[in-house]
Design a protein around this ligand. Structure first.
Ligand SMILES: Nc1ncnc2c1ncn2[C@@H]1O[C@H](COP(=O)(O)OP(=O)(O)OP(=O)(O)O)[C@@H](O)[C@H]1O
Length: 711
């Protein structure tokens, strides 16, 4: 049976021909001699391997037939109307690039139907962007293997945007190399990242081409299709499903490689961290179908999206409903703690004793969110306001008391408090403990555990067991997890190969305080890498979003300053920034932009409005509805189909839309009061989180971003 190798261009089939293309390719994959497929060579063609096939009376597929490794392969180049297909088939040639060993399609004559290529207006001299940063034409041609015409065009481009424009016209490794060049990388760094082969000895025989199609960088453009289901998914998803099929060699490396202990993958928003995690979960499950894999993240919403992504990628991978079963258990980290507590039944007394020094009667119930406030109100404390507040106490409890398993004031007086920013003398420590004791006393009454306690107790329970319920744990949004979450994750899986794989972006920390993993038993040392290519956001939107982070000091979970530099493969219009004087002005601007996009034909659910809080959200929904726009507030549920979603910036984490209006609003008086009560280091951290929140929100827009802010 022939093997189908799908080219990225071919996966972008016109919607009207998808189902026929599917039938054609299915039949081709079963038997290429089936009458009616009319798989035929073409006369006077540049490549004797080229074939056309009949999709229907109008459409033809253009393919290359390769015979090697004991079977026939068809590389699907694309599907075009009959005459166009014949013309393309005559002039294309599939060869191995002699410099980098990658597959390359050459055209022997200029394509009559290709997009118009703007001729470089800048002659090759000092004004060329690539010349300015020290590149020579020889680097592009002889080191990286770029075709001469493309290298010349790139060398003549005046600035980064012009190089990116050229990159956008080329799928696969050529586009990827151009993006890296535009970002200022050296040819050597690019060759290394793309895993280019320096001294390929291969020729252009069928087996050589097949080998080249299997090289890591070829996966940017070509996918070997395993079976009919895979074929259907590639065709149905078209370009939107590209992430599932065409991985960057850098991404592929993190999917397949084994690590001798916890591994951390960082990268800015949209660099494909989640994509890597989902692929890696599948790869681990395929490697060992009995493996118990946990894929987790901060919230239930994000976990649902991960589960849906895994189903989309491969519906055959089992997704069990509880930890400990074979397959990939996908869940939010607090739900994971609850699942561990549930599985323990009545056997939690010892674990609660370890963590709290006491038992709770209802460990599956969660403590009310107002309890710190109640404990402060009920205690006649002499502590200054900057210590006797919910933010300080909850953080102190989650970062010092619980992970340290402190049971009493004597323990608290002795404990080290690394990274807490505020020094506490003996009197202050006693005062803080008094409030913690009041908090615990109130929880004793209803018997509940709060979320951080639940994770700590679940971890302590697992540590007491002889067996670990997981073989691999994969974590997304690692920057938002707290110390007891890490204790739990560490306790779920024994130390060893591929135990923990963590994706994180310190610039997107929007929930708790910063956590240094090494303090909670997760030793990354030396196993940490960064993704640098943004797939989601245009370069223009990315510049805007990154500028929001300027001046903030971001430190990653290994306590190292985090880099911000990364690049985008796409270009688009500059973000529109509008400043208004009132909430009415804000609502008007939002309605105007959304209205204009919809009038232009944008699909409602690809256009979103992001706002600071629920109050704003509901006002925006009302304003849009009053103007005849079908909008819907998104809370715990998924963004609705067919309506404009309105989300808080927090809820927008992990989502993406084509066009976004971001309304930054103004902090409420209550929020301003809360911030003013914080100590200096906590206020600085709150400022970092506020910037991060805007960064998260601004990076949700794939194509266009409008920012509406208040004076
Ligand atoms: N190899 C790829 N080919 C095409 N698209 C890709 C590829 N990798 C990622 N993408 C797309 O880029 C976008 C961002 O990917 P993803 O959500 O994995 O990034 P992320 O780093 O987790 O982002 P964030 O931190 O903002 O949540 C998605 O639309 C994804 O489909």
């Amino acid at each position: 049976m022939p093997t189908i190798i799908m080219g990225k261009l071919a996966s972008k089939i016109d919607g009207s021909v998808r189902s026929k293309a599917m039938t054609f390719l299915q039949r081709l994959g079963s038997d290429d001699t089936t009458p009616g497929l009319r798989v035929e060579p073409i006369q006077h063609c540049a490549d004797p391997r080229v074939r056309t096939g009949r999709v229907d009376g109008f459409w033809r597929a253009v393919m290359f037939r390769l015979d090697g490794e004991g079977e026939t392969h068809y590389v699907i180049h694309g599907i075009w109307p009959h005459d166009e297909a014949n013309a393309i088939a005559q002039r294309v040639r599939l060869k191995v690039n002699p410099i980098n060993g990658l597959p390359q399609i050459q055209e022997v004559a200029p394509p009559p139907v290709a997009p118009v290529v703007p001729q470089p207006t800048t002659p090759l001299h000092r004004e060329s962007m690539l010349v300015r940063i020290g590149h020579r034409r020889a680097d592009l041609v002889d080191t990286l293997g770029l075709p001469v015409d493309i290298a010349d065009e790139a060398m003549a481009a005046a600035d980064e945007d012009s190089v990116l424009d050229i990159a956008q016209r080329h799928d696969g490794w050529i586009g990827s190399i151009l993006v890296d060049l535009a970002a200022g990388d050296t040819a050597e760094a690019i060759a290394d990242r793309m895993q280019l082969e320096n001294s390929p000895t291969s020729g252009d025989a069928d087996t050589d081409v097949l080998q080249s199609l299997k090289r890591p960088a070829a996966a940017l453009q070509y996918a070997f299709i395993d079976d009919q289901d895979e074929l259907r998914r590639v065709i149905e998803q078209g370009d939107f499903g590209a992430w599932r099929v065409f991985l960057h060699p850098e991404q592929r490396r993190y999917v397949d490689r084994s690590y001798k202990g916890p591994f951390r993958l960082s990268g800015g928003a949209g660099t494909g961290k989640t994509v890597v995690l989902v692929h890696r979960a599948r790869a681990l499950a395929r490697r060992d179908p009995t493996a118990r894999i946990i894929l987790t993240t901060f919230t239930t919403n994000l976990a649902e999206a991960l589960g849906a992504g895994l189903t989309q990628l491969d519906p055959r991978i089992p997704q069990p409903k509880k930890p400990g079963d074979a397959g990939v258990y996908v869940t939010g980290v607090d739900a994971l703690a609850a699942a561990v507590l549930r599985s323990a039944g009545s056997g939690l007394a010892a674990a609660m004793g370890d963590v709290l020094g006491e038992e709770r009667s209802a460990p599956l119930a969660r403590t009310a969110g107002t309890r710190w406030r109640d404990a402060i109100d009920a205690t006649d404390t002499s502590l200054p306001h900057e210590l006797a507040n919910e933010t300080f106490l909850a953080t102190e409890y989650a970062h010092v008391v619980l992970p340290g398993k402190i049971h009493d004031v004597a323990g608290y007086l002795r404990v080290r408090r690394p990274g807490r920013g505020v020094a506490l003398d003996r009197t202050k420590r006693s005062g803080v403990w008094e409030l913690i004791a009041a908090y615990r006393a109130q929880s004793r009454i209803d018997g509940s555990l709060d979320f951080t306690e639940a994770a700590a107790v679940a971890a302590a329970h697992l540590v007491r067991q002889a067996h670990r319920p997981a073989d691999h744990v994969l974590v997304d949004e690692g920057q938002d997890l707290g110390p007891t979450h890490w204790q739990l994750l560490r306790a779920l899986v024994g130390e060893g190969t591929d135990d923990l794989f963590i994706a994180e972006d310190s610039h997107q920390r929007i929930y708790g305080a910063r956590t240094v993993l090494g303090r909670y038993g997760v030793a990354i040392v030396g196993r940490s890498q960064r993704l640098t290519l943004n797939y989601r956001t245009t370069a223009q939107n990315l510049h805007y979003a990154m500028a929001l982070l300027d001046g903030g000091e971001y430190v990653d979970s290994e306590d190292q300053p985090d880099a911000t530099g990364y690049r985008s493969a796409r270009t688009g219009p500059a973000p529109v920034i509008e400043t208004v004087g009132s909430i009415t002005g804000e609502l008007d601007a939002i309605v105007r932009h959304v209205h204009a996009w919809l009038a232009d034909g944008d699909v409602p659910d690809t256009v979103a409005v992001l706002v600071p809080d629920r109050f704003h959200r509901d006002r925006v929904v009302t304003a849009l509805t009053e103007h005849g726009i079908d909008a819907r507030a998104v809370d715990r549920d998924r963004p609705p189909g067919g309506r404009v979603p309105v989300l808080t910036m927090h809820r927008a984490k992990g989502t993406e839309f084509s066009k976004v209006v971001l309304s930054t609003g103004k902090p409420s008086p209550a929020e301003l009061e809360r911030l003013s009560s914080l100590n200096t280091s906590e206020r600085a951290d709150a400022d970092l989180r506020a910037r991060s929140l805007r960064y998260v929100a601004a990076t949700r827009a794939r194509d266009e971003l409008v920012v509406v802010s208040r004076h």
